[in-house]
Ligand binder design. Structure first.
Ligand SMILES: [Zn+2]
Length: 123
């Protein structure tokens, strides 16, 4: 059964086989272990960290995700409470960004990995 790109990113699966887990921690809010990844995919053996400093590039996707989450929180705040002052928006976005940071971290690495790895349905 073919797994879609979006599903594999959201579930944290290997970008090549889309079956092996890319993170050791099952929960995104397992703060102590959230950055721990196996060296290779348990299913196909794909090496996740291609070179030293590879994850530095994930900052680009992290930045884009943070902007998208900020805009979503802004719109949500506006819909819920249109008469909100600027401070309410600032606090809502700041708190939201902190709460979503583990999700942003994981998704940014998954997006970055999928830029450089091609899906192989045979694996
Ligand atoms: Zn794999």
């Amino acid at each position: 059964m073919k797994v879609s790109l979006l599903t594999s990113i959201l579930k944290g699966k290997c970008p090549v086989c889309r079956k092996g887990d890319a993170f050791l921690a099952k929960s995104i809010y397992d703060i102590k272990n959230m950055g721990k990844m196996p060296t290779n995919c348990s299913h196909c053996g794909h090496k996740f960290e291609r070179e030293p400093g590879y994850w530095t590039g994930a900052m680009y996707s992290s930045y884009a995700l943070t902007v998208a989450f900020s805009v979503a929180i802004f719109v949500l705040t506006f819909v819920i409470y249109p008469a909100a002052s600027s401070w309410i928006y600032i606090v809502a976005i700041s708190v939201g960004i902190v709460i979503l940071a583990p999700l942003t971290f994981r998704l940014s690495r998954m997006i970055w990995m999928n830029f450089f790895s091609k899906y192989d349905a045979s694996k």
